[in-house]
Design a protein around this ligand. Sequence first.
Ligand SMILES: *Cc1c(COP(=O)(O)O)cnc(C)c1O
Length: 364
Amino acid sequence: MPRPIQATIHTQALAHNLNVARRHAPDARVWAVVKANAYGHGIERAFAGLRGADGFALLDLAEAQRVRDLGWRGPVLLLEGVFEQRDLELCSRLDLWHTVHCEQQIDMLATHKTNVPQRVFLKMNSGMNRLGFRPAQYRSAWTRLNALPQVDEISHMTHFSDADGPAGIERQMAVFETATQDLPGERSVSNSAAVLRHAGVPAASDWVRPGIAVYGSAPDHPEHTAAHWGLQPSMTLQAKVIAVQALQAGDSVGYGSSFVADQPMRVGVVACGYADGYPRICPTGTPVLVDGVRSRTLGRVSMDMLSVDLTQLPDAGQGSTVTLWGRAHNGAVQSIDEVAALAGTLAYELMCALAPRVPVGVSE
Ligand SMILES: *Cc1c(COP(=O)(O)O)cnc(C)c1O
């Protein structure tokens, strides 16, 4: 028997969350962002829930190929554009739209041999200082692109640094609007946080680009929870209790004896550790669901196991199912955002770090 650990991808939750994004941006078309193997969900699995999207946005050419292999004929956007000249041939062959964020990418396009002009998204650095042309250089980049026979429609795009926090998007939005106002073409500006928190503010947004919200995590946790936004978990991580220990007062649990019982306790040892993608840094007290009932971890997370408190759960024992995040059989939800926060990180990182050794299934 394989180790009793399992991740499950919920395709109906993905479809539901995509619709939540749509409801917040009813006039926009929606890119489902599926970079990083669909935030760790697996592109093929995620596709089953996200085929209602208007397009798929990602970074990796091999992932773009996989989306085409699934039979998707609609738009596919490379969010970082091409990395070398020959990538443009794949763009032509697979009909990929691509971001243009630097002069070198325009140079590559200018020498690309194609009869079919390509659709590009010209990226502005409106303040994040990662990718894109500065506002002062944006117009000349657009003029250069617009003169190329290799280029079809040019859309305008930027990315927000603070859509999830108090600084908001107004400053970047003003920069973007000023620099693009009389240029033709569609606009794409909003990630999940902007879609949910700033609905209606980016008036001229033809395409939105939600990622994390589609995967059921609140982009602005802990200010808001996934439940607040009506998002459902799309990934569940579960494992079984494989041993039970009866502790006396003074007994400790795990490496470093970091947890010491101050009374008699029952402890369940669970077949999930940091080598499965559960963060080692999660402290004693990190919430879990045992057979759908909330409990907590005890002591240090080790490579293949962690321990949970069964003291208040007399019916739980060997074979009980522990939900580390996601949905339990009784419908109870363990928020991945809550676990991530206790690990000092975000649900993005936990989803992407689900280890290859964990078997992944799909449910509706
Ligand atoms: C990852 C990414 C997104 C999606 O961001 P979320 O915070 O997951 O919604 C949108 N746009 C770009 C350019 C990205 O790289």
